[in-house]
Design a protein around this ligand. Structure first.
Ligand code: FAD
Length: 530
């Protein structure tokens, strides 16, 4: 069963060994266990629904609580403290497009706000109802989860948009195909959510980002339907698919999506390389991208992330042994770990591995074989469960990300991390900040930052600490002219920073598009733009 106030399934846990808890205590202080609000308390306090009865809408308290929040840090504080300031007034689970049309007509007629809901894994407040005078309906698309059409000749698959990662891949696997879109939230996030939030999978370097995979679709809006035919390319004016990508529920409900698929690869392997320092690793990453090395993923951790990953891995004996060996060959405190993957035929994999290692060796890289890569592969979708464990030990963890040109990567990464650390000074608290590069392009890369800090007994103070850090880091991103999001989207948390990237006129254009399909402004208001 899915957790209502954390990540994933109740039965999956990510325990930490004592040495890892000791490491956190030494680095940022001892965490204190703080009790959580109970589901029963929240259910008892739920305000009455403001919706009039409608056969497709469920007004049960449990449904409204389960759909109240996503996975952002403010969402966690709200769910764990019970201080949830707004709930949907009802939740609908449409079975088909006809249901969606009925729901949109009902909402439009009665001026009900509508939140399209995929897997609810948003980390920026996308699916949260806002405290508002108008009633809110959440449309959960999880029943729209079927493979509708498979065009093997064109390698195109059409799915209902509510299908989640595992179900989508399982349906393709039956026919020998894969989409290859593997965000870390794969277990719960959905095709519609990936498209609407412009998601990027861990192997996007090989398979492409979701915007490369989305070939066409069907969207229902309060003003009618929009069909986007699946075309390989088109010079017929602006590409409306690009407008739907990243539309965050404001341009309609995506009911079907046609995606570009590939045969399942015959081979896949992941390897580890250590560099003496971050600069050498970044240079290797740049060359890997610019020389079009045909790997399938690359993730370079900075020194702090390398140390923390090893400390929290739970593999104490292996880590001690590795650390001793690395010190002997002078990969000391500044060492940085690169994990890279190869995918394809054995010959293509061997070639990609050879090319990558040539570049790595030129930067002083030390190849360590497959051990670390195998551990990464095994835990690639399990790591989010660590967030539950850390929270229960008294620590809050959040991530943020951007993308910038190579010429600015080193400075921006340093200053974003410095801004996060400094923001906690006034609370007399320490923050564990670490970063990696994981999505590389010929002209630049994404910087992904994770920060862990102690929670306060007072949820408002925990939130205040987060706000100071998030705002300081976002300002640093904007100062460096990075995007406010490489993969998580805008939602509520990034909306204030969007104009820096799009300009006022650009925002006006987006707003006008939304007004055309949704003149009453009922679709996910407050997200993306105000
Ligand atoms: C632990 C964790 C790891 C993550 N890792 C990654 C990662 O590696 N890469 C990445 O890109 N993101 C990642 N994310 C962020 C998140 O998973 C993505 O933003 C994802 O695309 C959201 O999909 P979802 O189905 O959960 O959408 P939701 O969170 O339900 O919704 C997101 C937005 O999309 C809209 N929407 C959803 N479905 C539809 C639809 N059918 N039609 C119209 N609008 C719709 C919603 O209204 C909302 O605005 C992670 C999140 C978590 C919690």
């Amino acid at each position: 069963m899915r957790r209502w106030n954390g990540w994933g399934d109740f039965n999956t846990v990510y325990p930490l060994p004592d040495s890892a808890i000791e490491y956190l205590a030494q680095t940022i202080g001892v965490g204190s266990k703080i009790s959580d609000a109970q589901l029963e308390e929240i259910l008892a306090q739920l305000p009455a629904s403001r919706l009039s009865p409608m056969p497709l809408i469920n007004q049960e308290a449990i449904e409204r609580v389960f759909h109240a929040r996503g996975q952002s840090l403010p969402d966690w504080v709200a769910m764990r403290s019970g201080k949830i300031n707004a709930f949907p007034d009802g939740v609908a689970y449409p079975n088909d497009e006809a249901d969606i049309r009925k729901l949109l007509a009902f909402a439009s007629k009665n001026e009900i706000l509508v939140i399209p809901y995929g897997g609810g894994t948003s980390v920026v407040g996308h699916i949260n109802p806002l405290p508002s005078v108008a009633p809110t309906l959440t449309i959960d698309l999880s029943r729209l989860n079927r493979l509708l059409d498979l065009d093997e000749t064109s390698r195109l698959a059409t799915f209902e948009a509510g299908v989640n990662g595992p179900r989508l891949e399982a349906q393709l696997a039956e026919h020998g195909y894969t989409l290859g879109h593997f965000p870390q939230s794969f277990e719960l996030s959905t095709l519609g959510g990936w498209i609407a939030a412009r998601s990027s999978g861990q192997q996007s370097y090989y398979y492409g980002r979701i915007e490369d995979l989305f070939a066409g679709g069907h969207i229902e809006t309060p003003c009618g339907a929009l069909d986007l035919p699946a075309l390989p390319a088109s010079a017929a004016g602006p590409d409306l698919r690009q407008a739907i990508l990243g539309s965050e529920g404001r341009l309609g409900i995506l009911t079907q999506a046609t995606v570009r698929i590939q045969p399942r690869p015959p081979m896949e392997a992941f390897y580890g390389v250590f560099f003496h320092d971050w600069e050498a690793g970044v240079e290797a990453m740049r060359r890997i991208a610019q020389e079009r090395t045909p790997i399938s993923m690359a993730r370079l951790s900075n020194a702090q992330e390398t140390e923390t990953t090893l400390a929290l891995s739970g593999k104490e004996a292996l880590v001690q042994w590795a650390n001793r060996g690395l010190r002997l060959v002078r990969y000391d405190a500044k060492r940085c770990l690169l994990i890279f993957g190869v995918t394809g035929t054995p010959a293509a994999c061997a070639q990609a591995r050879r090319q990558t290692l040539q570049i790595a060796h030129a930067q002083g890289g030390l190849f360590t074989g497959q051990v670390i890569g195998k551990i990464w592969r095994k835990s690639r979708f399990l790591t989010p469960y660590l967030r539950n464990t850390l929270w229960e030990l008294g620590y809050a963890v959040d991530t943020l990300e951007t993308a910038l040109p190579w010429s600015n990567i080193l400075r921006a990464a340093e200053e974003i991390q410095a801004a996060l650390k400094k923001a906690l000074d006034s609370f007399n608290e320490r923050c564990l900040v670490m970063a990696h590069l994981s999505h590389i392009y010929s002209d630049g890369a994404s910087i992904y930052v994770t920060f862990i800090f102690r929670r306060s007994e007072d949820p408002e103070e925990t939130l205040e600490r987060w706000k100071m850090m998030k705002s300081a880091a976002s300002q640093a991103i904007i100062q460096h002219r990075g995007t406010i999001s490489h993969q998580h989207g805008v939602g509520v948390d990034h909306a204030a920073y969007l104009e820096a990237e799009k300009s006022a006129l650009g925002i006006a254009l987006i707003r006008q598009m939304a007004h055309t399909v949704d003149p009453k402004g009922i679709l996910n208001p407050g997200k993306l733009f105000s």
